[in-house]
Ligand binder design. Structure first.
Ligand code: KIV
Ligand code: NA
Length: 275
């Protein structure tokens, strides 16, 4: 299994880091079989699995519950768990307690936090305490309400400059990797060049050191229209719809269960039952 320092080496040798989200045992098993470098138990969980319309309602208990299932499916893969909304903004002590729970109770290897600014001090404290941290800048979904929706960030020089500063601060605070979400590809390339830690892009162009996508988006599973930056590789929705329709149809038409799927008892047992 890879360690935080291996991701640094991958950046140096220009070998791309592959990350995918997973929220349960089967998806984690599949991700591990695909030999991804890192699994993210993202708080996108709230939207793609739990049916909320943002990541804000996701709790520590939700993340722990799902991260434990992921760990059972992928014991040999590096696992990052998102710290939920407002669990790393109060006191540094609260952030430490929450960060520790997310790795201690689940067996995950690192946590991810969104934002620069005051969050930097919390990153520093977590790393000092021995908890590896991934930063997350650009479109930070937990603050979408403040950003005015799910929009590309850092499009003008001023906001791009701020993003570059925040990226440097994340690195200085000890983050071992940085997710860049929905930023212009030129800005992602610039940040990737400036930082010594690897950048992991989503909607950030081809020049980041790694890539992450949401499991359900890759598969078109449960989700409807996917954002511009997603490439879908299959359509599980269609396959599931076809299978469930066929099942319902078979049951209604008495085509299933048939003899092949049924158990029988011996004739003499049947006779003595009525005997
Ligand atoms: O929660 C999530 O899935 C994420 C990725 C999109 C980076 O944070
Ligand atoms: Na997230």
């Amino acid at each position: 299994m890879k360690q935080t320092t291996d991701f640094l080496k991958m950046k140096e040798s220009k070998s791309k880091i592959v990350m995918v989200t997973a929220y349960d045992y089967p998806a984690a098993k599949q991700a591990e079989a695909a030999e991804v470098d890192m699994i993210l138990v993202g708080d996108s969980l709230g939207m793609v699995v739990l049916g909320y319309d943002s990541t804000v309602p996701v709790t520590m208990e939700d993340m722990i519950h799902h991260a434990k299932a992921v760990k059972r499916g992928a014991v040999n893969t590096f696992i990052v768990v998102d710290m939920p909304f407002m669990t790393y903004h109060l006191s540094v002590k609260d952030s430490l307690i929450n960060g520790a729970r997310l790795i201690q109770e689940t067996g995950a290897h690192a946590v991810k936090v969104e934002g620069g600014g005051d969050v930097i001090n919390h990153i520093k404290a977590l790393v000092t305490a021995g908890i590896p941290v991934v930063g997350h800048l650009g479109l930070t979904p937990q603050s979408a309400a403040v950003l005015g929706g799910y929009k590309v960030q850092g499009k003008n020089a001023e906001s791009a400059r701020k993003l570059i500063e925040d990226a440097k601060k994340c690195q200085e605070a000890g983050a071992f990797a940085l997710v860049l979400e929905c930023v212009p590809k030129q800005l992602a390339e610039e940040i990737s060049n400036i930082l010594s830690i690897p950048t992991i892009g989503i909607g950030a162009g081809v020049d980041t050191d790694g890539q992450v996508l949401v499991y359900h988006d890759i598969l078109t599973y449960g989700v409807g229209r996917v954002p511009k930056f997603v490439k879908t590789y299959t359509n599980v929705n269609e396959q599931i719809a076809r299978a469930l329709d066929a099942y319902a149809c078979d049951v209604r038409n008495r085509q299933f269960p048939d003899d092949k799927h049924s158990f029988t008892m011996k004739e003499e047992e049947l006779l003595s039952l009525y005997g």
